[in-house]
Unconditional design. Structure first.
Length: 258
């Protein structure tokens, strides 16, 4: 059973807030106001939401259509698969506008010579951080459908969906994003130098937006095994998918999955 923290009232409407252990930002289910539990006061970060366009029946049809497409999928995937469960969750995200400038020195050796290089580069990001601890979500492959974004309103929540509060606050999300951007710049440098002798990345967080987006988490069974499929609840597009391996039988099997 999830522990319930000390009850506090919504600073806007006074209604009791349902607080689960580990949550940092609570959205009142009565008026939609956000509360930062660290200070017990209203949270003023811009809060947006993307409404779900696909309900249970619509996402089932979308999954069937997805199963019928794709060269690398078994030809009978749609016919022989069974959806075990499909859960719609409104996940909390922080969209962090970051300017990152990296200055570096290094050595390129791939040409057979030691060529010293130095320079700097600046990049602008809208970096995504999911606000749930221990939740694996492929944020890099998820493109937020900005056209469907609106100011947060409880009426835009789907009755099929589960609303999740954030377990991170703005400061921690910013720290995570900053570290991830630094690691990303280190990766980018691998195309410039083979050995980094010095590297310094300065992070400037311009602004942060708090957003809830509808995500379908689906498990389906095929051939006695269970696979996971994550789909965008606003567009119906695949975000991440586990696909059964096509059995290979000779050269024709390798080419056509026969």
């Amino acid at each position: 059973m999830v522990e319930i923290a000390e009850e506090i009232g919504c600073p806007d409407c006074g209604a009791p807030l349902k607080i689960k252990a580990g949550e940092a930002i609570i959205t009142c289910e009565y008026c939609g106001s956000d509360v930062n539990l660290a200070v017990g006061k209203k949270y003023f970060l811009k809060h947006s939401i993307i409404s779900a366009k696909f309900d249970n029946s619509a996402i089932a049809k979308e999954v069937e259509s997805w199963m019928k497409k794709g060269f690398l999928k078994p030809s009978d995937l749609a016919r022989r698969s069974k959806i075990l469960n499909a859960d719609l969750k409104f996940l909390p995200f922080f969209i962090i506008n970051i300017s990152a400038k990296t200055s570096y020195e290094g050595v390129m050796t791939r040409t057979g010579q030691n060529i010293e290089k130095k320079g700097d580069f600046t990049k602008i990001y809208y970096w995504k951080v999911v606000g749930r601890r221990g939740t694996f979500f492929p944020t890099t492959s998820y493109q937020i459908p900005a056209s469907g974004k609106a100011d947060f309103n409880l009426s835009l929540l789907s009755k099929d969906g589960k609303f999740l509060n954030s377990e991170l606050d703005e400061k921690e999300a910013g720290e995570i994003a900053s570290q991830e951007v630094k690691e990303h710049h280190k990766f980018l440098l691998s195309s410039e130098v083979d050995h980094i002798t010095s590297m310094d990345t300065q992070i400037d967080i311009k602004n942060t937006e708090f957003l809830h987006a509808p995500i379908w988490f689906i498990n389906y069974e095929y051939g006695g095994k269970t696979y996971e499929l994550i789909m965008d609840g606003a567009t119906g597009e695949e975000i991440k998918a586990q696909i059964p391996t096509i059995e290979k039988k000779g050269i024709f099997g390798k080419l056509f999955g026969a």
